[in-house]
Ligand binder design. Sequence first.
Ligand code: ADQ
Ligand SMILES: OC[C@H]1O[C@H](O[C@H]2[C@H](O)[C@@H](O)[C@@H](O[C@H]3[C@H](O)[C@@H](O)[C@@H](O)O[C@@H]3CO)O[C@@H]2CO)[C@H](O)[C@@H](O)[C@@H]1O
Length: 617
Amino acid sequence: MTATASASASASSFAYKAMHVNNGMASRYELKATLTKIRSLESKLSMTHKGLRSLNSVDECRIRRIAKVTTQQRKFKSEEARPSRTIVCGMTMSFVGMEVGPWSKTGGLGDVLGGLPPAMVANGHRVMTIAPRYDQYKDAWDTGVIVEVEVGDRTEKVRFFHCYKRGVDRVFVDHPMFLEKVWGKTVSKIYGPIAGEDYEDNQLRFSLLCQAALEAPRVLNLSSSKYFSGPYSEDIIFIANDWHTALIPCYLKSMYKPRGIYKSAKVAFCIHNIAYQGRFAFADFSLLNLPDEFKSSFDFIDGYDKPVKGRKINWMKAGIIESDKVLTVSPYYAQELVSGIDKGVELDNILRNSGITGIVNGMDVQEWNPLTDKYIAVKYDASTVMAAKALLKEVLQAEVGLPVDRSIPVIGFIGRLEEQKGSDILVAAIPQFIRGNVQMVVLGTGKKLMEKQLEQLEILYPDKARGVAKFNVPLAHMIIAGADFILVPSRFEPCGLIQLHAMRYGTIPIVASTGGLVDTVKEGFTGFQMGAFNVECDAVDPVDVSAVATTVKRALATHGTSALAEMIQNCMAQDLSWKGPAKKWEEVLLSLGVPGSEPGIDGEEIAPLTKENVATP
Ligand SMILES: Nc1ncnc2c1ncn2[C@@H]1O[C@H](COP(=O)(O)OP(=O)(O)O[C@H]2O[C@H](CO)[C@@H](O)[C@H](O)[C@H]2O)[C@@H](O)[C@H]1O
Ligand SMILES: OC[C@H]1O[C@H](O[C@H]2[C@H](O)[C@@H](O)[C@@H](O[C@H]3[C@H](O)[C@@H](O)[C@@H](O)O[C@@H]3CO)O[C@@H]2CO)[C@H](O)[C@@H](O)[C@@H]1O
């Protein structure tokens, strides 16, 4: 085995499969008694557990059966006590990704790994996230657990750091390949020194993450809450996010299952953006420490010129083929991905074969809450939105140095500056509408050329537009709250979170008709649709430019009308939280049939606000 553990395991997690507790005070005694019994069960199991990894499969099954029986007994006892609330460990899962908000984030991937896991916990599941440790996070402690993994031709030692927030075990993989490169604030340099440039050793970095992720549930003995403690069950579902984690199903099959480990574990692969696939020279397969039989899953003929045409390895292709289930972040994007070579970016055929399920993203309704938002001067809800937004607009105008005048409608844009987001289309469209009664505030970082375009806005339209080429979370909140409209002119958009944030703040989205923007914005009811844009990224299509200008003018015409006030109310009345999406995720993960998986409960997404969550160097 290439990955070896130096940690000891003690209590059994599957001893906590289901627990019922009353809401009332009286139930605490009963809960305490139940917990005492469980602890005694734990200590009985602990000796067995110490040798768990060396047990043969028959013994393991027996232990699982014992645990299952105790679960049933506990359920029965609780039923006698007529529980009014149930805490269930329905499934055991681990989300793996290169970003996890708020500790690390370059965009929406970090948001999803930050927000979806707590919503799964609220439904009663045991949940871990695994991401690199890019900084000296003040809230994550060294577990002291070290594993060794084979990366390329080297053996590397990896440490695990951990904290427990909003019910989620947040695990951080500590290795110089992460920490040395991404120093300082964690919003940048995760994938490369600058936007558009990758680290040369990215394949090794991601291989290390994937191997560490497979070790973590086995070697960490986490006792984070009274309901869940001890090592994670091997009956676990890994949720691999984007191409960086595509080796997880491969290592699971090549390193673990043949040794009788993680025999029933499954992998769900979630595509947040098909534009990034991890295409490399075919010879690089040897870096991955995988047996030759996996070659065919990576084998890919690249139809594009950049950087060179021809035979490659394609990580995402392998992730799709080797996983048990493929998901993406909206139903419409799922349809687009299988529709043809352009939108499926040459993996459409593979996805037609595997099948793909789209579940629209939720948003973090704690971080983005107009009633409590620490970045906005006036807090508000649907009943006070009109007055509050007028004031917040003035704050925004003053902040970016535009003339302060609440009667001027303000349009905002926030996003990574890549062709995907269409900031170049926006820049081309601005001259067609900026002469009217309107101001623009554009915030984004990314490609240097696009950052320059933003910075030019102030020079070209001094009283009308501002471009801020920074990653600036407070300003993002101020724009979402203070603008009247948010423009999302994406060439493609798997889901998009900006429009969700905007709607929650009563800011009307004007969106391209693609991906999750189609699923989440209803023309004339919660926003304005501009039609689908040309996905060809090398040029700005004049048709798209005029679609932006025309729709912006259409939206501006509603400013100050009762129709717009109604749309604001429609937007704010929606439940955009992770609660609904988490239930859909649960359904899909249950269908994988991992032993011991049970449906969760109808939990509330909300867990206590944890502002200490925010990592600072
Ligand atoms: N300059 C800046 N300053 C401050 N904050 C900034 C910022 N630029 C971006 N952000 C923040 O980053 C996030 C971007 O969210 P998007 O959904 O647009 O993500 P992105 O395209 O990165 O992610 C991909 O993954 C997500 C998650 O699945 C999909 O929704 C999306 O369609 C897909 O492209 C938002 O929280 C936004 O506020
Ligand atoms: O959360 C934001 C996005 O983060 C991820 O995208 C990153 C991508 O996976 C990386 O490969 C890299 O992309 C660069 C690409 O590799 C390079 O060839 C060139 O095209 O430039 C790209 C941009 O620098 O960085 C991306 C983040 O910028 C995640 O995969 C996405 O789903 C998220 O949207």
